[in-house]
Design a protein around this ligand. Structure first.
Ligand code: UD1
Ligand code: UDP
Length: 415
């Protein structure tokens, strides 16, 4: 029997923990095939520890790089140094990184400098604008340059890599691992007792879930968004805004100073993953600039208004499930009001299957790594790759519409 493949999986922020969780758990379930070390750079402290706790992942290396209000350069330097050290100690066959954070970029570079092959989960997302999102668009392009196997979530991301000259045999279309993470959560009853949501009155209000944390939106854009949220609650007495505020101090100062103490706008601390997913399940619609939340919302058939000028995740908007609306006060108010008042528009955006994945991405990633380790090609048979589901039809029957729209009201029962 051949020796187990030694894998270092690196994570540092909340979305990396959520999106690598099932890959790590699957690697650890198969110890005769894989020896796995989880490296936690500590780029995020509290926000990521919530997710690790939920998925029962204990890091083997905790590098503790986070500093209050850290700069990108200093953070990158600390990750490069500490990940190199972890690589020397574990001597992996492959380093797995996820997405487009500083942890992903600097860890991929550290592995490359140590001549260790890199596997990139969520490869090939492109907005084609290096300042939107900043610095993520450049980070993920830089990771691609040093990557050995590109785990592209969809055919779109594969095509972007092919257009940049990446050889087809190094790309595997897997679906997004975030859909794997949601497996089992969609039916799970969950109580809001003892969570930051417990204080929110549970009446018939429609819940508008908001998150925003991107560096390119700090300042004026986020101020505009706050003013739009105030306009919306003033004009619609039947809505409540729930906004779990990111821990970046630059985000918190704006949001708390403009929205603190506003009637029916509820600012909370970041939610643990299961509480956040239960809120996603109960809300009426989502306004967000988050990558992961754009990908999760279609699993619960929740329309997403994307608070960005461009997205590298076009599948939901191509399927009519999301709209890229930018950050102007007028556009945010107009597009949200459309969904609050026009049932058919709402239903058109809350139909069909999730175009980002089918819950089997981790399985595909492990099969491809195994075949790579054994020197086999192709890394995954084309018929096993993730395929987009059918596009949902537009304008459903009126009778369905009324029924479904009332289902989108928050459930009152806390199980
Ligand atoms: C980072 C990623 C971004 C990702 C986001 C997910 C980079 C450059 N940015 O952005 O791509 O979308 O995470 O949330 O990699 N902080 C805490 N506790 C925490 C987390 C953050 O106090 O648990 C504070 C610290 O003061 C820290 C600051 O937030 O210095 C910024 O954190 P950082 O990881 O640099 O950037 P994010 O905006 O979180
Ligand atoms: N999330 C969470 N608690 C929150 C907000 C988000 O657990 O209060 C989860 C969410 O379900 C998604 C991920 O965090 O899986 C998204 O992280 P974030 O928006 O910070 O980063 P991005 O995806 O934009 O990189």
């Amino acid at each position: 029997m051949s020796k187990p493949c030694r894998i270092v999986a690196v994570l540092g922020t909340r979305p990396e923990a959520i999106k690598l969780a099932l890959v790590i758990n699957e690697l650890r379930r198969r110890p005769s095939e894989f020896e796995t070390a989880v490296v936690h750079t500590g780029q995020h402290r509290t926000m990521l520890d919530h997710a690790l706790h939920y998925f029962k992942i204990k890091p083997d290396f905790d590098l503790d790089v986070m500093r209050p209000n850290q700069t990108l350069n200093s953070l990158t330097g600390r990750v490069l140094d500490t990940v190199e050290n972890a690589c020397h100690r574990f001597e992996p066959n492959m380093v797995l990184v996820q997405g487009d954070t500083t942890t992903a970029f600097a860890s991929a570079l550290a592995a490359y400098y140590c001549k260790i092959p890199v596997g990139h989960v969520e490869a090939g997302l492109r907005s084609h604008d290096i300042y939107n999102p900043f610095p993520e668009e450049a980070n993920r392009r830089l990771v691609s340059v040093v990557t050995e196997i590109h785990f592209a979530p969809t055919a779109n991301s594969r095509d972007a890599l092919l257009a940049e000259g990446v050889p087809a045999e190094k790309i595997v279309v897997t679906g997004n691992t975030v859909v794997d993470a949601l497996r089992g959560l969609s039916e799970l009853p969950h109580s809001w007792e003892n969570t930051p949501l417990a204080a929110i009155p549970m009446d018939d209000s429609r819940l508008v879930l908001v998150t925003s944390h991107r560096r390119e939106s700090l300042g004026t854009d986020q101020q505009n968004m706050c003013l739009a949220l105030k306009d919306l609650v003033a004009a619609h007495p039947d809505i409540r805004v729930i906004y779990p505020v990111h821990m970046n101090p630059n985000v918190r100062s704006t949001i708390h100073s403009l929205l603190g103490d506003t009637d029916r706008i509820h600012l909370t601390e970041p939610l643990d993953y299961i509480t956040f997913v239960s809120l996603l399940r109960r809300c009426f619609l989502v306004l967000t600039d988050s990558g992961g939340i754009q990908e999760e919302a279609p699993s619960f058939r929740k329309p997403v208004l994307v608070l960005r000028r461009v997205t590298e995740r076009p599948e939901a908007s191509e399927f009519g499930l999301a709209r890229i609306i930018g950050m102007s006060r007028e556009a945010i108010v107009r597009e949200t009001e459309r969904l609050l008042t026009d049932k058919e528009a709402y239903l058109d955006m809350s139909a069909g299957e999730n175009p980002y994945g089918d819950g089997r991405a981790a399985e595909r990633i492990l099969e491809a790594i195994t075949r790579w380790h054994q020197g086999k090609m192709p890394l995954l048979e084309p018929e096993k790759e993730f395929k987009l589901p059918p596009r949902p039809p537009l304008r459903r029957r009126k009778s369905d519409a009324v029924e479904d729209a009332s289902a989108a009201r928050p459930e009152k029962v806390h199980a």
